[in-house]
Design a protein around this ligand. Structure first.
Ligand code: E4P
Length: 218
């Protein structure tokens, strides 16, 4: 499973890229706004740090506006992917953009039918939002299971990005199902490093090694 970082924070992106575990980045208007910086400047910086795909969301709601934004975004860097919301206007834009070779990530996907429509229109990626479904009392991962198995049945090339991840368990579930990508907030990625038995094990090895050195020098 590929790991994308779900953030527009360049310090965090840099930190995890240096560890060699980041395959791409996804942003959205909320995440960009959180940084309080110039939009184009942030996007350019992210694209220079990350080799893999960087999703940037169109904010227009009409096809023409989305296509215009997408064409502008794609000039910012070679690894730009344009996020398009799952609406009829959005799907029309995906169809146009796919023919122009501009990569798209259809976002705000909450049903398998929406994912199928997006794939048929030529989306490069679809993003089912698991956390928001869980928050709504539904089983988010059930949607991922459905989409992954349908795409497998028909050898659909569109990749599934498990989005709206809330905790490390979501990442394991996404990988077990065989989703192509999990886009992970840095707080969750940070948690994925740790286990209390690892910390305890390090303490014990350190203590035993120090005792050994002490006894040897006696
Ligand atoms: C990424 O593509 C999505 O925009 C993001 O995962 C949404 O996450 P949220 O539901 O925590 O806002």
């Amino acid at each position: 499973v590929k790991f994308f970082l779900d953030t527009a924070n360049v310090e965090k992106i840099r930190e995890f890229v240096q560890l060699g575990i980041v395959d791409g980045v996804t942003t959205n208007p909320t995440l960009i706004a959180k940084e309080g910086r110039d939009f184009q400047e942030v996007v350019r910086e992210i694209c220079s740090i990350v080799k893999g795909p960087v999703s940037v969301e169109a904010t227009a709601l009409d096809t023409e506006g989305m296509v215009k934004e997408a064409r502008e975004f794609s000039k910012l860097a070679d690894n730009i992917v344009v996020k398009i919301p799952m609406t009829k206007e959005g799907i029309k834009a995906v169809n146009i953009l796919s023919k122009e070779g501009i990569k798209t990530n259809v976002t705000l996907v909450f049903s398998a039918n929406q994912a199928l429509i997006a794939a048929k229109a030529g989306a490069t990626y679809v993003s089912p939002f698991v956390g928001r479904l869980d928050d709504n009392g539904q089983e988010g991962m059930e949607l991922v299971k459905e989409v992954v198995s349908i795409f497998k049945n028909y050898e659909i090339e569109t990749e599934v990005i498990v989005a709206s991840i809330r905790h490390p368990r979501h990442v394991i579930e996404a990988a077990k199902i065989g989703a192509h990508i999990a886009t992970i907030p840095f707080e969750v990625l940070e948690k994925m490093f740790h286990h209390p038995l690892t910390d305890r094990g390090i303490e014990i090895f350190k203590r035993d090694w120090e005792n050994y050195l002490k006894n040897r020098s006696k």
